[in-house]
Write a protein that binds this ligand. Structure first.
Ligand SMILES: Nc1ccn([C@H]2C[C@H](O)[C@@H](COP(=O)(O)OP(=O)(O)OP(=O)(O)O)O2)c(=O)n1
Length: 533
């Protein structure tokens, strides 16, 4: 991304759309070396920080989110700059020194002095940043740039001094070369994901492939890569890492950056917002829609979320107004996490976000991260310590299911904040929750689940997905075409997933990017005189 040059005198560094990722602890300590290539944790955190920079701007709660995540296991949070706060400031505000001490922060750009002094002061152990386009404030003092304000020059000098004299190292992200098989694996699994499968089932013949991937890649490359080698060398020199300009480091760095951006493009192309989105079939018709600040529709429910298994609490907090773009953004975070799976066959990722009462001044608005997870063996276990076979293995004692922790279980277990009581909490999980996790989700008090309904209703022997359909007391939004707006006026039934022919009202609803909210407590609309079904 090009340096942001603003007309005001504020150093525009992280005030642009910088993102920080920080964390500590670990979800699992396994050094799994299975046949499936895995994303290294450094690359995962880097990708999450880059992806946070793409957080949808129209988030109705505010503007753009921030994220911080663990460097070694536990993701503490994901942050992104907002109108008032830079990403680093947001992280300090949310976690405080107690939360940040010893953690690692991943930034999608080198932090400005304002952020750097705060995160250093909070006791973080390391600060990493993506060596892409510089922000204006990283230009060194003395560089002759007519657009560089005196304040930006001072900021650049302060950043250098803080970086040089601080105890925690402030350095370029240690990007790991991507495993040769990983790109192919990510591309393939992203094409075959449950979400893409649904799109292809509903719209056979749709060329989602090349078109989608190419446009995602173009967009992300333009944002995160420096096309010209000469310019990139200049950027690295400005960032204070001249040594990376030398060969073979320079070529290797550029290759890895390119590979990571391609990887991100593959994953994000796996969830095309063409005619699909997250909708709650059962409750689709009862939601209330309002226009978001961007003019795009958002789903908003006038009452609060229902307590697990019970009715909505009257006068409770409002349900989250989450646009399709925000939901898609979060499920892509979960998809990225899934590439750290320790299951030799199926990767699943989960993230939990909650919505607070007030806008924290960050890009995420009222949303804040509660936890992240992926399916893996118990923390601290070693490779091959536990069985890895699936249900097809004739001897059940070698099957994995009794040992592997599910993505939701890890997200709940290694959460960095409490799941709020009486406030919206949103679980994004890349696979339908199984029967083992449904009671957990209910008991945890999660109010919204965004997932795929692939395998829903199936009993696969060792693992079954029978209970999610009947799970009551929360909003379940699955990836699908918009259900008919009014079951009485269309030839569909409430809750039916397929069969919508994309009526005008469906299209309007999709254009509005609405998510289905919980059932409104207001009286249902009167039935038409001659209902069709
Ligand atoms: N919501 C979910 C669903 C599943 N999993 C994890 C648990 C297991 O690691 C794996 C199980 O996935 P499948 O149900 O696809 O079962 P199999 O591994 O047997 O694959 P398949 O059905 O393709 O034979 O996914 C998870 O973490 N969270």
């Amino acid at each position: 991304m090009a340096a942001i040059r603003t007309s005001d005198q504020r150093p525009p560094c992280c005030g642009g759309r910088c993102v920080s990722v920080c964390g500590e602890g670990r979800a699992t300590q396994t050094k799994l070396q299975g046949p499936v290539p895995r994303l290294s944790k450094e690359n995962l955190f880097t990708l999450l920080s880059l992806w946070m920079e793409r957080f949808p701007k129209e988030n109705p709660g505010g503007d753009v989110p921030d994220e911080d995540l663990e460097a070694d296991g536990r993701v503490l949070g994901l942050h992104c700059s907002g109108v008032e706060l830079h990403a680093g400031q947001g992280a300090v505000l949310r976690h405080g020194a107690r939360g940040l001490a010893g953690s690692q922060l991943y930034f999608s750009r080198r932090p400005c002095a304002t952020c750097l002094k705060m995160v250093i002061n909070a006791g973080v152990s390391q600060v990493f940043f993506w060596p892409g386009d510089p922000e204006i404030s990283v230009l060194r003092p003395g560089d002759s740039d007519p657009d560089l304000s005196p304040e930006a020059r001072l900021d650049a000098a302060a950043t250098e001094r803080l970086k040089a004299n601080s105890r925690p190292p402030v350095c370029v992200s240690c990007l790991r070369p991507v495993d040769p098989g990983l790109s192919q694996y990510v591309d393939q699994t992203s094409r075959d994901s449950d979400f893409m499968e649904r799109v292809q089932e509903d719209q056979p013949g749709l060329d989602t492939d090349q078109l989608q991937r190419r446009s995602h890649l173009q967009e992300l490359s333009a944002h995160f890569l420096v096309v010209s080698e000469r310019r990139h060398r200049g950027v690295l020199a400005h960032l204070g890492v001249e040594n990376l300009c030398l060969e073979p480091y320079f070529s290797s760095l550029r290759n890895t950056m390119q590979e990571l951006v391609e990887l991100l493009a593959s994953v994000s192309a796996g969830l095309p917002l063409l005619d699909h989105g997250f909708y709650s079939s059962e409750e689709h018709t009862a939601q209330t829609h309002t226009a978001g600040p961007s003019g795009k529709g958002v789903a908003e429910a006038p009452g609060g979320p229902r307590s697990p298994g019970g009715p909505r609490s009257p006068g409770g907090p409002r349900s989250p107004a989450v646009s399709q773009e925000v939901a898609r953004h979060c499920i892509i975070q979960a998809m990225l996490l899934a590439y750290r799976t320790e299951d030799p066959k199926v990767g699943v990722g989960a993230v939990i976000w909650a919505q607070g009462q007030s806008d924290g001044g960050e890009g995420t608005g009222r949303l804040y991260l509660v936890g992240c997870g992926y399916n893996a063996y118990p923390a601290g276990s070693q490779y091959a310590q536990f069985p890895q076979m699936d249900a097809k293995h004739p001897d059940p004692q070698w099957s994995k299911y009794r040992y592997i922790l599910h993505a939701e279980q890890n997200a709940i277990t290694f959460r960095s904040r409490e799941i709020p009581v009486g406030a919206p909490s949103l679980l994004f999980v890349t696979k339908c929750p199984c029967d083992e996790c449904v009671p957990l989700i209910r008991a945890a008090g999660l109010t919204h689940v965004f997932t795929s309904d692939q395998d829903s209703g199936k009993d696969k022997g060792e693992i079954s997905y029978l209970r999610f359909r009947d799970l009551q007391g929360l909003t379940k939004a699955t990836w699908q075409k918009p259900p008919p707006a009014d079951p009485h006026l269309t030839n569909g039934c409430v809750g039916k997933r397929r069969g919508s022919q994309g009526s005008h009202s469906d299209q309007e609803c999709h254009d509005d990017k609405r998510l289905c909210g919980p059932v409104t407590p207001s009286p249902p609309p009167p039935p038409p005189p001659n209902p069709i079904c």
